[in-house]
Design a protein around this ligand. Structure first.
Ligand SMILES: O=P(O)(O)OC[C@H]1O[C@H](OP(=O)(O)OP(=O)(O)O)[C@H](O)[C@@H]1O
Ligand SMILES: O=C(O)c1cc(=O)[nH]c(=O)[nH]1
Ligand SMILES: [Mg+2]
Length: 192
């Protein structure tokens, strides 16, 4: 799938929101990709994740033991992508703000691929990598449905994006006036 086809799926699900959004990084943006509105549809999710799995298979050398999804947004795409890769999916979730693998054990040296929904700054993927490395896993790649940085973010491992879609994002103290005029909402789950 190319970026236009991926964005068509998001648009067809009403998942491309416009307004004033506080992102998980603290940056502000006039556009928010509400992935949950895509993932509520099994057929749309299957189409995206089948394509992402094929891209992962083409770009990762060697075996993959697990797919890891950062909760909440990564849960469904990680599970569905793992189905197409034929490997188990586990997830990390926040405990007092820090990603932990609370419900699973990984063998030392397990080769894992992180599957995220959206990447903006890559902060959530870097936090996930830190958690997995502390457990002795080898993070061979990270993957996402949409990379809002359009390839500019460096997460320290290869980042495989199904689509790259550059969207403006601003520090809270440097908002353009048209954005400052709209009340801000925070759709994500960090700090909840
Ligand atoms: O690249 P980043 O700057 O880290 O931004 C992307 C992250 O933001 C969202 O998660 P969020 O923490 O908003 O919560 P959610 O997964 O519950 O939606 C999204 O699911 C990614 O995990
Ligand atoms: O950066 C984010 O927090 C973010 C952006 C976006 O478009 N969608 C999302 O779920 N999170
Ligand atoms: Mg998330």
């Amino acid at each position: 799938m190319n970026t236009a086809e991926v964005l068509d799926v998001f648009r067809s699900a009403g998942a491309v929101l416009e307004g004033h959004f506080i992102l998980t990084s603290g940056l502000r943006s006039p556009v928010f990709l509400q992935k949950a509105r895509v993932f509520m549809h099994a057929d749309k999710t299957e189409k995206l994740c089948r394509a992402l799995a094929a891209k992962i298979r083409a770009e990762v050398d060697g075996p993959i033991d697990y797919v890891v999804g950062p909760a909440i947004g990564g849960l469904i795409p990680a599970y569905e992508t793992s189905r197409h890769l034929g490997v188990p999916a586990v997830w990390v979730e926040r405990e007092q703000g820090v990603f932990r693998l609370r419900r699973f054990e990984l063998e030392k040296g397990a080769r894992v691929v992180i599957v995220e929904d959206i990447v903006t700054t890559g902060l959530s993927i870097r936090e996930t990598i830190a958690c997995l490395r502390d457990l002795g896993a080898e993070v061979v790649a990270a993957a996402c449905i949409i990379d809002r940085s359009a390839g500019k973010t460096d997460v320290g491992v290869p980042l495989i994006a199904l689509a790259e879609y550059e969207v403006p994002a601003y520090p809270a103290d440097a908002l353009p006036p048209e954005l400052a005029a709209i009340p801000a909402v925070k759709p994500g789950s960090r700090n909840i």
